[in-house]
Design a protein around this ligand. Sequence first.
Ligand code: LLP
Length: 433
Amino acid sequence: MTTGCFEYQDGALHCEQVPAEELAAGHGTPLYVYSRQALLSNLEALRSAFAPLDPRICFSLKSCQNLHLLRLLAGHGCGFDVVSGGELQRALEAGADPRQIVFAGVGKTDHEIRAALAAGVGLLNVESLSELEVLAGLARETGTQAHAALRINPDVDAHTHAYTTTGTRENKFGVDMHHVRQVFARAAELPAVCLRGLHVHIGSPITQVASFRDAIAQVLAIRDTLQRDGFTIDTLDLGGGLPAQYGDHPHPPLQEFADAVCGPLREAGVETVLEPGRVIAATAGLLLTRVLHVKRNGSRVFVVTDASMNELLRPALYQAYHFIWPVRAGKRVPQSQSADQPWPDLVPTDVVGPICETTDFLARGRPLPPLERGDLLAVFATGAYSMTMASQYNSRPRAAEVLVAGRRQQRIRRRETYDDLVAAERDLPEMEP
Ligand code: LLP
């Protein structure tokens, strides 16, 4: 199977050199497992695809935020894309150079903006005229000058799930193309803000190269207009959204996305920033889960696992596909991560969690080998938007995370406890009756 660092050896799944069964036995399930090598080689692949631009790579924390993984990425030259005070704190704690941090987000609070200015973040991505005014006010108040980019809304469809489309005109993100010049004109009157960048992010994952190319073409066109107006634009932040291999649909190779934009961007002679998340982290992680029960209701076979929408919300939220397969596959070692596997005895299976919601599923009608209580399953490509979107719904503590490098393994987040669940409510006085 071509998963790189997650491979079946003698019919049993390994993460690098460590058997997945050993990880589950040592750390319990559900368990997020990351491969160091996969993370770093995904970063390297991105860097080499976009090499002609030598972009600043600001890894998007919203996809994967574990401090240990962030330190690893910072150590390999990554800056970070953050969207909240909490993410900013994580990035700084991971040792990021503040100048390599971009702070994006449609609704930053004054408190968050102050924290970003105090830290000296490299770029604040402004999403409205209102936000520009607030930023200028806070920068003036704190005696700083904010380096900013304006997020434009290019009205380009990313052709992804409606819930992850951000760049069409009716979306809340960015500034309508018709208002961009007005915002720059206002910024010119505000010495506390140095607005010299443009930012675009049309959604994720972007499945068609043409959408990416169109969005960048819009950025370059508006840059020309602004330059003609006399403004200097020296930074273009291309956002994130580059796809990862989830196994349901093949996506165009990364190089095609890069080739589509590198030429015109190089010609423009600007500094480029990328905000990748999933393309680096998704395939660097998987989720291990134990089968609790197998049952039949009506015509359906349900495999109830100890992982749920708590650990992986994407199927419930976006009907997202994640390949799932037994850790002990024996002779049935999958040849790809698609649902099309060649064995005739596979059973259409609903893989569901213990949460009291019908939408709590990891897969529906998925052809899987017959399973029984105690079997261990791997849910692939869960390195991005899995742990970061985890919740404690139904008062279920969040799962542990472990990092593997060769034969070594290290727990990088302990499993939460029942005490963790109530800690923020304890020791507060009872309300008078
Ligand atoms: N930059 C901005 C401004 C973003 O909004 C996002 C993602 C990224 C970068 C990183 O995108 P990536 O390279 O990871 O695709 N939770 C969803 C996706 C929503 C992403 C929101 N913004 C998921 O599970 O697929």
